[in-house]
Write a protein that binds this ligand. Sequence first.
Ligand SMILES: Nc1ncnc2c1ncn2[C@@H]1O[C@H](COP(=O)(O)OP(=O)(O)O)[C@@H](O)[C@H]1O
Ligand SMILES: [Mg+2]
Length: 396
Amino acid sequence: MKAAFNPKQPFELPLLLPSQVPMQEWESARVLKACVRSRAALGALNEAAATLPNPDVMLSSLVLLESQASSEIENIVTTADALFEAQQDASRADAPTKETLAYRSSLYHGLQAIKQRPLSTRLIEEICSLTKGIDMQVRRVPGTQLSNARTGETIYTPPQGEALLRDKLANWEWFCHVDANDPRSEDERFVATLDPLVRMAVLHYQFEAIHPFLDGNGRTGRVINLLFLVQQGLLGQPVLYLSRYILQHRTRYYELLLAVSQEGSAEAWQEWIVYMLDAVHETALWTLAKIKAIHRLMEETQRRVEAHTKLGKQKDLITLLFKLPYCRIADIVDADIAKRQTAAVYLQTLAQAGLLSTQERGRDKLFLNHRLIALLKSESNDFEETNTLASNTQLH
Ligand SMILES: Nc1ncnc2c1ncn2[C@@H]1O[C@H](COP(=O)(O)OP(=O)(O)O)[C@@H](O)[C@H]1O
Ligand SMILES: [Mg+2]
């Protein structure tokens, strides 16, 4: 008989094998229904992201927001403004902002890496190291525990012993890489029938339960979620703002992870899987609406620049202002859009037209695409169409 769950004892985490965990019962009618919804929302998001003229504009902003939320789940708290300001030059940023930018680098590193090699223990060590800014390897020493932040009480003790952790990770890798089109054993045939979104949810639980590192497991695990979706071809670009949902439903996230370890029942697994499917569904729709709104704002900005300034089309300039919503004259020069003096005229003209606002930073002046920043931070997808402009009377 299975030993009762003891939060203070290293957990005897079962391997992800159909003979050891109730995979046969995971895909209940409720799970399958949630899967269909989430797949449809992801499909719509992918289609929108793929048909945009400048997909990388959305990418840089949404990856920053994802980095912010995923770090905030771990109480590393910064603001969208601080992040956008620091993305070109982090030298003056505070520690949480730097750490959040490091998270972003680790996500980009992972995305580059999976083009050439599969998700592996080595790669997750790299991701965790980049996030933490120090060399991180699979735990060698005992003593890692998860405790309640308020009471200090131990709620979960992950498995320990490097060899054991590496075995669990090898099984985790196997579950990641079962090729649905070419299953090679009875077990693989079974795993191959699972929806990739269900596999992502299962992998995320298993990774967190293994808890391979001394720290950084939450953030590394959430980078892996996006990498897995990209690798499975379910997400063309890592624009999905998945950590937003987890941050908003953080207590439930912890409860459901713990319940799978405590109970290990089909019901506990289903609750967890539905939670992650709902996270995909909700954030795919949120991101889709946001992408469309950003696109509308870009087009509207373009029209205003043409109609109300003497600058002409300025496509490259506007694209840059949407990639770098905190822009310096030097950024325009670096992007080869104009020489210094012309760049200054451009930015000042746009500021006079109310399309940018300005802030002094030492000897530097920052030009803020404040409407974009407001849109990214807002729950709503409306943006101020006119009242930030100096003269709006002739527009209606
Ligand atoms: N009961 C649990 N069992 C397994 N993992 C959990 C449990 N509760 C929380 N977690 C995971 O542990 C993460 C925190 O681990 P930690 O190593 O501190 O990550 P980070 O450094 O990124 O802060 C949470 O974000 C969550 O993913
Ligand atoms: Mg931590």
